[in-house]
Structures are given as structure tokens and as C-alpha cells.
Design a binder for this molecule. Structure first.
Ligand SMILES: *Cc1c(COP(=O)(O)O)cnc(C)c1O
Length: 455
């Protein structure tokens, strides 16, 4: 290879993909269908549309169409912050003294600070197309709510966000970004919904949970005319929208004739990882190429590495459809000491099936090790990474150090999903030496799995 690889491989606007890629189309073993929580039968389009926008429900159920056009309005919005650069981590390679070549795809270059905007803008667009007044959602620390509020304000849609009360009170910054974009942010559990009032009555003074906020957001969507519920990860439609990450990555690598050996991503609900790996997994599935794909999850919330591949509820309130996925049980709550995000109890059914079939491997990492990697990366690459993203950094560094032992010049590509500016409380814990690594015991996981629905 004679072409010198620049620090940043930029794509031109016209090289941005015009279609999303639906990896399900190339999977021989399709992800298992979503089940209706009322009947426990595969859910139909008609049953999904009272809760979800119709076009999004269609995308959710479509496991045969490989390429789906990205509407021009969405492409125009993407152009404000995409294509995102693929960076060659020359400085990190030097610091590690590794023969490996490390590349990262950075998705934090927009005000919401993460990849979530890629799907938020698509979901807001389809809601607007359908003539809806607005959408409802839940948010934990606020990344998804922030992305959605930006997307809704662009299309002049009302945006109602139920934010877990403890985050609403303790993390004012993302909350204020959301309000600046015009979203209505309500601490959950609230007194606005039946489910919120019930939870407040049962558990006075509760600081809320993601599962409870989901139940409130779903109730708010189904009881207001012209509203639907939207979700920021886990669902196959979200993974489809996030395929833009992988498609751009592939185009950038191809431009310089680089063949990735290893692709690494952090896995919360699995949408960013699924989107990053989609075109590569497609090549493996079609027998065209081979890649090592690694999903990285926190040791405190290890759904792939220690969970069970079963049907489970997507939310604690058990109002959403059931998905077959690697799960720790919808009642599983990671330790309060866990500061690094990626706290969802289950994993995208697409990623779960690819993992089950051996196309994806998984690693779990402790949070102190994750923040050490974050700090090392921040010092040499100039980006303060999100704690979530730093799970992928940890494994990329570990793999690069292995290459140092073996002398192999592997091409390692990882997804850098976002910035850590709003996660300084977690960094503070790390800097103060107060960070602990809580790993759930087998007994804790077993007792949570024992409560899975029997299907
Ligand atoms: C939400 C989030 C994640 C987790 O993404 P999933 O697609 O749910 O796995 C990772 N990194 C950042 C920065 C996030 O905001």
C-alpha cells in the first residue's frame, strides 16, 4: 500500500450513503419475532401502530428488504454533522508502541453528543410525515432525550420526555439542553399518568427507574391524540438507522484499500454496535469476507456474556412487546455504583442472534479499567470520550497490546459513540479514586432470570 493514510479520513457529502442497510435481510437465522404482551403471539403491524409510527413499525417488522432509501429531508439533516470522520489513532498507536493500526469512527460531533441523533432525526421525520402532533419517550441520563428534542424541534414536533427523577434532579445539563430545544421534560414517576401516580403511591419518595419512565411515556403516547412513542435503542428500526455509521466506515476504509481485521463496539441496547457492524456482518453472512467482531459490555450489566437467550419484556412495566434477546431479566438493576452507562437489561434481537450464531463475540470489562482507557485515550487523541464509548476503547487498547506481543499489524476499527462532557460526575469518581467495580454474583443473576416469562 503506497497511499499514505491521513489522520482523518473524511468523506465528501456525496459519498454519504443514500440508503440504510438492513442486515436482517442477509441473516439466514432471522431474529425471533416480537411478541404481543397481551396474546404472546408474534405482533402484527396493526398491533404496533397504536404505539409506534406506521413507517417505523414497518421497518421494525421488515427482515427481507436489504436497502431502504434514506428520505432526502433526513439526508439534509445528516449533512449538518455527517459524514463523520474515521480517524487513524496514530497518537494512541505511538503511545502503546503497537504495530497495530487503530481507527475510530467518532459520532460525538453534534450537540446531542452521541450517535443517537442518527435515529432520532429519522423517527421524528416519519412522525411528521404521518401528520402526528408529537412523540413521547423516556430518558435516563439524557442522551436520547437530548437527541430527540433536537430532531423534534427541526421538524416542529412536540416532544415529551419522561426523565428518570434522580437524573432530572442531579443532572441538570442535558435536561436544560432538551428544554432549550423546546421539549417538555417531566421527572418520572410523575403525577401526570396513571402508572406514575400508582408508583408514587406505592413507593413514596422513589427516585424512579428507566422501566417506570418507559411505562409513563407509552401511556402518554396512547392517551393523547396524535402522539406516538419512540425509543432510542434495542429495536431493529433503530439499528437500521444506525447502519449509516457502518456504511460510512466501510466507504472510508475502502477509499484507502484498508481491510479491517477487527471491529469493536460498546453494547448497551446494541443499536450503535449493530449499526457499525451491519455492512461487515453482511459480508460475512454472504460469504464475501471475514472479520472478528467484538461487542463490549460492562461487567456490572453483562447481558451477552452472562445473560440468557430468551423471550423477555423490553421494559419493567411489561407494556412493550417482548423480544427474544440475551437478557438479564427486565427486573435486573445494575449496582448504583455503576457510572459508565450501558445499563439496559437486554440486547437488540439482531445482535443477540448474530452472537448466538457465532458472528459476534462478547467481552465484559470492569469500570475502573474502562475509565483508565478513557483517560489514556483522552490524553493522546484529544477527545474526552463518553464512558460508554470507553468500553470499546478498553478492548481496542487490549487488542493493540496483544499485537505488540505477537508483532501483528492488525487493522483495528472501533466505534467512538460520543463525548463525555456531561459525564464529569463519573470522571470525578474515577479521579478521586472512589470508583468501585461491582460485579453481580451468579446468584443475583439467577434470581433475576428466574423471573423471566415462561414462553
Ligand atoms: C446511548 C449510548 C450508547 C449505547 O448505545 P446502544 O446503541 O444502546 O448500545 C453508547 N454510547 C453513547 C455515547 C450513548 O449515548
Amino acid at each position: 500500500m503506497s497511499m499514505e493514510i491521513p489522520y482523518k479520513i473524511y468523506l465528501e457529502e456525496k459519498e454519504m450513503p443514500a440508503q440504510w442497510y438492513n442486515v436482517r435481510a442477509d441473516m439466514k437465522n432471522k431474529p425471533a419475532p416480537l411478541l404481543n404482551p397481551g396474546t404472546m403471539k408474534p405482533i402484527t403491524l396493526d398491533e404496533l401502530t397504536p404505539v409506534f409510527c406506521e413507517e417505523l413499525a414497518r421497518q421494525e417488522l421488515d427482515d427481507t428488504t436489504p436497502y431502504i432509501d434514506i428520505p432526502e429531508e433526513i439526508r439534509n439533516f445528516y449533512k449538518m454533522y455527517r459524514p463523520s470522520p474515521l480517524t487513524r489513532a496514530y497518537c494512541l498507536e505511538k503511545a502503546l508502541d503497537t504495530p497495530a493500526h487503530i481507527y475510530y469512527k467518532f459520532e460525538g460531533n453534534n450537540t446531542s453528543g452521541s450517535h443517537k441523533l442518527n435515529s432520532a432525526i429519522a423517527q421524528a421525520y416519519y412522525a411528521k410525515q404521518e401528520g402526528l402532533k408529537g412523540v413521547t419517550t423516556e430518558t435516563g441520563a439524557g442522551q436520547w432525550g437530548t437527541a430527540l428534542s433536537m430532531a423534534c424541534s427541526y421538524f416542529d414536533l412536540d416532544c415529551q420526555v419522561y426523565m428518570v427523577k434522580v437524573s432530572y434532579e442531579q443532572k441538570p445539563f442535558r435536561r436544560e439542553v432538551m428544554r432549550t430545544y423546546g421539549a417538555k421534560v417531566t421527572p418520572s414517576p410523575s403525577m401526570d399518568t396513571n402508572v406514575g401516580r400508582k408508583i408514587n403511591e406505592e413507593f413514596p419518595g422513589t427516585t424512579g427507574s428507566l422501566g417506570c419512565a418507559i411505562s409513563e411515556a407509552v401511556e402518554a403516547a396512547t392517551t393523547q391524540d396524535g402522539y406516538r412513542y419512540v425509543l432510542g435503542s434495542v429495536l431493529s428500526q433503530v439499528l437500521l438507522h444506525q447502519s449509516i455509521i457502518g456504511l460510512e466506515t466501510k466507504t472510508a476504509l475502502d477509499k484507502y484499500g484498508i481491510k479491517a481485521d477487527m471491529i469493536i463496539g460498546c453494547a448497551g441496547g446494541g443499536s450503535n454496535l449493530g449499526g457499525l457492524i451491519s455492512p461487515f456482518a453482511g459480508e460475512i453472512l454472504r460469504g464475501e469476507a471475514d472479520y472478528q467482531i467484538i461487542a463490549v459490555e460492562p461487567a456490572s450489566c453483562p447481558s451477552l456474556t452472562r445473560g440468557s437467550y430468551r423471550y423477555d419484556f423490553c421494559d419493567t412495566g411489561k407494556v412493550c412487546p417482548l423480544a427474544k434477546m440475551y437478557t438479564l431479566g427486565s427486573g435486573f438493576i445494575p449496582s448504583a455504583n455503576h457510572a459508565g452507562g450501558l445499563r439496559y437489561h437486554g440486547m437488540s434481537s439482531v445482535v443477540s442472534q448474530l452472537y448466538e450464531d457465532g458472528y459476534v463475540e462478547a467481552r465484559s470489562v470492569g469500570q475502573t479499567d474502562v475509565f483508565q482507557a478513557a483517560q489514556q485515550f483522552a490524553k493522546v487523541e484529544g477527545i474526552l470520550p463518553a464512558p460508554e464509548s470507553s468500553h470499546a476503547i478498553r478492548v481496542a487498547i487490549d487488542e493493540a497490546l496483544k499485537c505488540k506481543q505477537t508483532g501483528e499489524a492488525k487493522n483495528i476499527v472501533f466505534g467512538l459513540t460520543g463525548t463525555g462532557y456531561f459525564d464529569m460526575v463519573a470522571y470525578q469518581k474515577f479521579n478521586d479514586g472512589d470508583m468501585t467495580d461491582y460485579i453481580p454474583t451468579d446468584a443475583e443473576i439467577e434470581s433475576s432470570l428466574a423471573k423471566l416469562p415462561t414462553i
